[in-house]
Design a protein around this ligand. Structure first.
Ligand code: R5P
Length: 324
């Protein structure tokens, strides 16, 4: 198997290649003075299974162009089978028309991806469960939720004194131990309710609730001032907010404020994709959460890191599914 990486997330691609017991295959990305890119793969791929790792944030447009050209180069060079690993699929939030006159950008991206000739695509934690249905090629939709469940089990938020390593191994998928009742899982918006239910099951039916969030589509301003009717039980002191992505950080910050107003004292945040746009670093560092866990589906530049942040790797999850 040959593994190539675009320029957006080489550390993750390198980890995946290492787990596959290989190295990243060489390629050249030449940038012309006008900004156009020329991609050349520099290893023979005739009749080989080829994996191309390229996430699409930051700079989604350039990242997608690199990905299209990489797949085309591998195809023209005789690859037997091409798997594109796109840990974060950019434009996924533009999956339908929100306001008259808009393009459905995700549909355009999907059509273009399919036209390059890739055989399948692997991605993680898509914003909507319906997105895989838009693809005609096979798509493997993985999730960071098992990684978060493992972290929650071993975190200081109520789990460490309830488990042994043996239990940890026995309960990889669904946890049948005594449910945690002094913590709650929180989705910061109603769209994340399915995600939170899955995580609750992984954690032995841990209680959960969702925040009712309204966002002004023009300004991006957020109002999060109540919980859904299933609700949040007063008296809960510890909460874990779970989301698919953090962009500006406003959703997380607003959910934290609501939890603190309702008596919560400790908050952990788990989000798969650290998109981290605009002032996210300051908003997140100054929000009321104690710790923020994200994954390496997107490479975080040093200047965007902050002390509350911890990055968990999805390399193993991707590797397990590439082996099959
Ligand atoms: C929205 O529905 C998503 O699940 C995230 O909550 C959202 O994209 C986060 O955006 P931001 O960090 O800008 O509030």
């Amino acid at each position: 198997m040959k593994v190539f990486s675009g320029s957006s997330n080489k550390p993750l691609a390198g980890k995946i290649a290492h787990l596959l017991n290989t190295k990243l295959s060489p390629l050249e990305i030449f940038i012309f003075p006008d900004g156009e890119r020329r991609i050349t793969i520099e290893e023979r791929v005739v009749d080989e299974d080829v994996v191309i790792v390229q996430t699409t944030s930051p700079d989604p447009d350039t990242s997608y162009m690199e990905l299209f050209f990489l797949v085309d180069a591998a195809k023209r060079s005789g690859a037997k089978n091409i798997t594109a690993v796109v840990p974060y699929l950019g434009y996924q939030r533009q999956d339908h028309v929100f306001r008259d006159g808009e393009a459905v950008s995700l549909e355009v991206i999907i059509k273009t991806l399919e036209s390059t000739g890739m055989d399948r695509l692997i991605t993680l934690d898509l914003h909507s469960i319906k997105i895989p249905e838009l693809f005609k090629i096979p798509i493997l939709h993985l999730s960071a939720l098992p990684i978060f469940a493992k972290k929650i089990r071993s975190s200081a938020l109520g789990w460490s004194d309830r488990k042994t390593d043996q239990q940890e191994n026995r309960n990889q998928k669904t946890d049948n131990r005594e449910p945690i009742t002094d913590c709650i899982l929180i989705s910061p918006d109603m769209g994340g309710i399915r995600r939170i239910k899955i995580l609750s099951e992984l954690l032995g039916n841990m209680p959960f609730a969702a925040v009712v969030k309204d966002r002004d589509l023009s300004s991006g301003d957020i109002v999060s001032n109540k919980f859904d009717e299933n609700g949040f039980r007063k008296g809960i002191k510890k909460a874990m907010i779970v989301d698919d992505m953090i962009s500006t950080g406003k959703t997380i910050s607003a959910a934290c404020d609501l939890l603190i107003e309702n008596g919560v004292e400790e908050i952990l945040v788990f989000a798969t994709h650290p998109v981290f746009s605009n002032d996210a670093k300051n908003i997140l560092q100054n929000c009321r959460a104690n710790k923020i866990y994200v994954t390496d589906t997107i490479k975080i530049p040093e200047k965007s890191k902050f002390s509350k942040l911890e990055v968990l790797s999805v390399a193993e999850e991707i590797y397990k599914n590439l082996k099959i």
